[in-house]
Design a protein around this ligand. Sequence first.
Ligand code: G3P
Length: 218
Amino acid sequence: MQFFIDTANLSEIKEANDMGILDGVTTNPSLMAKEGITGKENILAHYVAICNIVDGPVSAEVIATDFEGMVREGEQLAALHKNIVVKIPMIPEGIKAIKYFSGKGIRTNCTLIFSAGQALLAAKAGATYISPFLGRLDDVSTDGIALIEQIRTIYDNYLFDTEILAASIRHPMHIIHCAEIGADVMTGPLSAIKALAKHPLTDLGLQQFLADHAKGNQ
Ligand code: G3P
């Protein structure tokens, strides 16, 4: 399972990368705005800064919602750095844009996936990744993990190459459930990634080991 971090915060990206377990980064316009990155030139420069930290796919989202605009923006984003994956929303014009980029060999991440039908369409258009938002489904009393399981079955039935990138991860159990059902990638906040390492028995055990060592080496 690949681990992506879902943030535009450079110090969090560096911290996860330094752990040695980071495979890529996802961003979106909200995450960029949260870091105060505004204006086209600054936004493009920020994507390059992220690509210079992580040697793996970095999703950069288009703002346009029409086919021509998505193609224009996506080509500009893809030209920034070899790591860039163009993130396209799941709308009819977006499906056309994914098909276009697929023909050009430009990788795409189809975002805002909330149903199996959307995932099927994106795969048929040749998306490299699809991003089902499991936390946001859970927020409205719908089983996000069940959706990922359903998409896994569909993709395996037809041997689609499109990778399931589980997004909107909120906590470590989301990551574990995604791993159990075979999501290809998960993207989550640094807090959820670091929480995987925590166990009170690990902390207690280490405390005891160090105390016993100290007693024997006074
Ligand atoms: O990558 C999509 C993700 O950022 C959405 O997460 O927590 O805003 O639902 P969230």
